[in-house]
Ligand binder design. Structure first.
Ligand SMILES: [Zn+2]
Length: 84
């Protein structure tokens, strides 16, 4: 199929190395530039940040995120306030 420019990422969670097409990946950071995190969250002072995740870890995060947000949003008093 010819040649393709790829970016090598190292997973922040499991250290696995993967190659991504440049269209799917962030360009390497310029000096002093803030990284774009694939995931970042803070709860009760605990902070979790992943700049790059491999496809396996991304899929695990997708499932956890879907499960967590579904439950949280379902029972949110803020959302319920609007109804009724
Ligand atoms: Zn990983």
């Amino acid at each position: 199929m010819g040649r393709q420019t790829v970016v090598q990422i190292t997973c922040d969670r499991c250290r696995r190395v993967e190659h991504r097409a440049t269209s799917e990946a962030m360009a390497p950071l310029k000096k002093g530039e803030e990284p774009h995190y694939m995931f970042s969250g803070t709860y009760k002072g605990d902070q979790v940040k992943f700049e790059d995740l491999c496809s396996g870890c991304e899929s695990i995060l997708d499932n956890h995120w879907a499960a967590m947000t579904k439950q949280l949003m379902k029972s949110s008093p803020i959302r319920r306030k609007g109804k009724g």
